[in-house]
Design a protein around this ligand. Sequence first.
Ligand code: CP
Ligand code: NVA
Length: 300
Amino acid sequence: MNLISISDLGKEDIIRLLDSADAFQARRGGHGEPLKGLSLAMIFEKPSTRTRVSLEVACEELGGHALYLSASELQLGRGETIADTARVLSRYVHGITARVYSHHTVMQLAQHARVPVLNALSDWEHPLQILADLQTMRQRFGRLEGLRVAWIGDGNNVCNSLLLASAILGMAITVASPPGYVPKDQILEQANKLCGRPKVVIEPADAANGADVLATDTWISMGDEGQEAERLRVFGKYQVNEGLMRLAAPRAVAMHCLPAHRGQEITDEVMDGPQSAVFDEAENRLHTSKAVMAWLMGQK
Ligand code: CP
Ligand code: NVA
């Protein structure tokens, strides 16, 4: 089994993974070695701090070995195909994770690999991030079903995975994005089919009103750098700040997958304030990565 989209998982799978992540967190250093003797190849076409470090440390702490492979230093960078790379790596390692520009690349890897493939971020989804976000929300609120989630900003990869997860888990999500930057119809239709009722609005305040979670992300994702000037102009009011937090529920939390552009999509006051969950969210990348690898790659 692969984890390419968060929708590769059903509700029961997600709950089981979150229970496992909580257990890994509670017993850090004291858990067994379900990845003993196993290796994970980690292909990166783009930079990373959290994903790379959390996966690498998670793998080591579970007894396995992680190999960081910059795509430009692999023969991939000289034209070897994705399919052949997947076939060859499958002869050496027990799992492959990849951070790629095009979602098609990670789908091709999964098609040709004989070991589990984990999407470590594509232009379409970021499922590993959303598992950490769900763990964080459940820890804060004690439940997921019925939570009111507001996404403020770009209808991007992280937003897509959160939309699908909300549909799977029965959370009510409202996305506030500027016209032209709302989530694609394909994702909204998929969320509808999963029985979600995602709402898309233009005004950040309309999404934030009464929400339990205010989530955001950079206005300029990796790969969007060429549109920087236009995006800075369009996204100006899509900022999670103290004014927006006041519209949310009294115990609401602010979330951001990081890296943050302080002063753009989120202010220092919110990032560093009492309602911020962003560093717990970052920590939970470690625990959820362990849960995913132990499940998909581990000794049964
Ligand atoms: N949130 C996240 O994926 O961070 P990195 O880009 O640092 O891996
Ligand atoms: N949307 C961001 C997420 C970074 C973790 C990007 O794709 O760059």
